[in-house]
Ligand binder design. Structure first.
Ligand code: DP6
Length: 340
């Protein structure tokens, strides 16, 4: 029997942000994201029966020992759920469509791709007794919270919330019934900073535990999840712009008011934000920004605004990007299993 699995899995961008955990990889609030298309990771997992688990990780064809401890910890965390995984040694070969140094987080696409490969192995062993993607999302969550949302296409919700039927803290669910305008939503990622960010997401999440505004944040996020459900169903783009920009700035406001505090935005992040807001006022369009835990700006807009967005990039934004670089992406259909 084949002892190999291969999956391509995309990154995602959150509209309502996951920031803060209660317990082990349980989100303090529910979140919702767009799955992307062009930014993805392809991972091949090979396994062989062995007395004890061992790992070799290759990035772009080269052994990358610095990733191995993270992978080992991930397996240690999922083996209690699926003890059979302890009976193998693993080789993991992975490539990203976006450069590792681009400042785009690869944990969502990387961890979801690996989780899907592991689910293919578990399926072969007859160990998956719930839904395949639900199991993959659960495993991906254990590797990185936002990765739980990358196992489905379109819009994806993660975290228990009364307005989202069957929502769970353990795994993400696809959000169905959204307005067709979101089938072709665009995300242009303006690269302000290429390279590793100064504070990891895990550290940032931890700082929410004793945060002076933590409780209020979780209440606002809960309400924003209710609001965005209506917005995504009705296609009210004015309200969407307002909500996602507020979420992005709140995320960074929480970073700036933690102890210790930290700032991940750079001067050009702010300059881009201001240019987007001014352009929107003057040009009657729905181009909005969001941020993840870094300096890069995600410019989100509907298909009708593609020409205007390109004009804005060419005339105002390109000079603010690191080496003039940006990545064009859009909402995608989710992971793909690759024949191997
Ligand atoms: C700001 O999923 O990277 O992108 O669970 O510690 O791996 P870990 O954190 P991670 O956090 C992502 C935070 C965010 C918001 C979001 O994607 O919802």
């Amino acid at each position: 029997m084949k002892q190999r699995a291969k999956w391509q899995s995309p990154s995602n961008i959150a509209l309502v942000k996951y920031w803060g955990k209660k317990g082990f990889q349980i989100p303090s609030n529910a979140s919702i994201s767009f799955t992307l298309s062009n930014c993805h990771t392809t991972t091949q997992l090979d396994w062989q029966r062995a007395e004890s688990t061992s790992f070799e990780v290759y990035l772009d064809g080269k052994r990358n020992e610095s990733f191995e401890p993270k992978i080992e910890t991930f397996f240690k965390n999922i083996i209690p759920l699926f003890p059979d995984l302890a009976n193998y040694s693993y080789t993991i070969e992975t490539t990203n469509t976006f450069p590792h140094s681009s400042g785009i987080a690869s944990s969502a696409s990387g961890m979801s791709a690996l989780a899907l490969c592991i689910c293919s192995l578990l399926q072969q062993l007859g160990k998956i007794d719930t839904d395949f993607y639900e199991t993959a999302s659960n495993l991906a969550r254990i590797g990185s919270g936002s990765a739980s949302r990358s196992v489905y296409g379109g819009l994806v919700e993660w975290g228990e919330h009364e307005d989202y039927e069957k929502s769970s803290d353990q795994f993400a669910i696809p959000f169905k019934g959204f307005h067709p305008v979101f089938n072709t939503y665009q995300d242009t990622i303006l690269l302000v900073h290429e390279g590793q960010k100064s504070v990891s997401s895990s550290v940032g999440h931890g700082l929410l535990n004793d945060h002076p505004f933590g409780t209020q944040r979780f209440e606002v996020a809960e309400k924003n999840m209710s609001k965005i459900k209506d917005i995504l169903s009705s296609g009210d783009l004015d309200k969407l712009v307002e909500l996602i920009e507020s979420e992005a700035l709140m995320l960074h406001g929480l970073m700036m008011t933690s102890t210790p505090s930290f700032i991940l935005m750079l001067p050009n992040t702010l300059a881009i934000i201001q240019k987007i807001q001014t352009f929107r006022k003057q040009n009657d369009c729905h181009i909005a920004f969001t941020l993840d835990a870094g300096a890069n700006v995600h410019m989100l807009y509907p298909e009708k605004d593609i020409d205007k967005a390109q004009q804005l990039i060419d005339t105002e934004l390109i000079g603010l990007c690191s080496n003039g670089k940006y990545i064009c992406d859009k909402v995608g259909n989710g992971p793909i299993e690759i024949e191997c």
